[in-house]
Design a protein. Structure first.
Length: 300
């Protein structure tokens, strides 16, 4: 992961602007970097909506946030839930943070029949974003991963119906590559529509969160525990690229990530992505397929 050089002092959360009077939605904000991002947004004055699958856990998480919060139910693995969330929304949204995700769980499918990681990490957020775009005034931030570098979009088998699922890491990489291709095409469409909203993306590097706790891969779980103990930065530091992508000066489709340890830790900066994540033709095709699968289209 190549960081773009900068002569400025390292970016810190203290450089975030005053967000008083704004509303920010963070999906999957009941733990990990989503919760840490919610805390920082609220401390800077935003009203933060924790969009979570488990409202009880969401309420417990919200109780740890100093500032204005709200908990709403959202299950990204169920398009009916995504639609209900959007239908019940009213008012401007300064930032939508597409943070929730699943990491290499045992093979499973969403309520709509999609492979669980592709359906949750990509299609759920694809539908949510397009349904909420009429309310957006600022940015859409999608949390990706350095795992996108090994990803491949297999349009002949997006649901892993014919391929061996194995540990699920290939499916995860596909979903994270899809996140960046979604950001690329979304920015293109926003520009074509003369919208002031911009699409950005971020990755947390190696952060100590519980994202991989549901994996069915025993070896990956062991490696994860070792990495968290010896390599990972705390969740609050892992949230910094998300906060940077949401509030710092960023180009459309810009990608933020840690600046040190090969992109695993350190203050956030603009970083490069794999060539596959910059393929406009693949991004456009993925968008078209995603519209067909979800029944949700770009609103303009």
């Amino acid at each position: 992961m190549t960081a773009h050089p900068t002569a400025d002092p390292p970016w810190t959360v203290e450089r975030m602007p005053d967000l008083t009077g704004t509303t920010i939605i963070v999906t999957g904000a009941n733990s990990g970097i989503g919760l840490e991002a919610a805390r920082s947004f609220a401390l800077h004055g935003a009203h933060v909506v924790l969009a979570v699958r488990d409202e009880h856990r969401g309420s417990d998480a919200a109780a740890t946030v100093e500032g204005s919060t709200e908990v709403r139910h959202l299950d990204l693995a169920d398009l009916a839930s995504v639609r209900a969330f959007a239908e019940n929304w009213h008012g401007d949204i300064r930032v939508l943070v597409n943070n929730a995700g699943v990491l290499v769980p045992p093979f499973g499918r969403t309520r709509d029949g999609f492979e669980l990681q592709f359906g949750t990490n990509h299609l759920g957020h694809f539908a949510l974003t397009n349904l909420l775009l009429p309310y957006l005034t600022g940015r859409v931030v999608t949390v990706a991963s350095s795992a996108h570098r090994t990803g491949h979009i297999d349009f002949d088998d997006l649901d892993w119906s014919t391929r061996a699922y194995r540990a699920g890491s290939d499916a995860y990489a596909q979903s994270k590559l899809a996140n960046l291709l979604f950001t690329l095409e979304l920015q293109h469409r926003l520009e074509e529509a003369d919208s002031r909203v911009i699409a950005t993306a971020a990755h947390p590097g190696m952060a100590a969160t519980n994202l991989g706790s549901g994996t069915g891969n025993a070896m990956l779980k062991l490696v994860g525990k070792i990495a968290v103990r010896w390599v990972a930065q705390p969740a609050v530091a892992g949230a910094a690229p998300t906060l940077y992508a949401a509030t710092a000066p960023m180009p459309g489709a810009g990608y933020a990530g840690p600046s040190r340890r090969g992109g695993m830790a350190g203050p956030p900066v603009l970083v490069d992505r794999a060539a596959a994540a910059e393929d406009r033709a693949t991004a456009a095709r993925l968008w078209s397929v995603s519209e067909e699968l979800t029944g949700v289209a770009f609103p303009w």
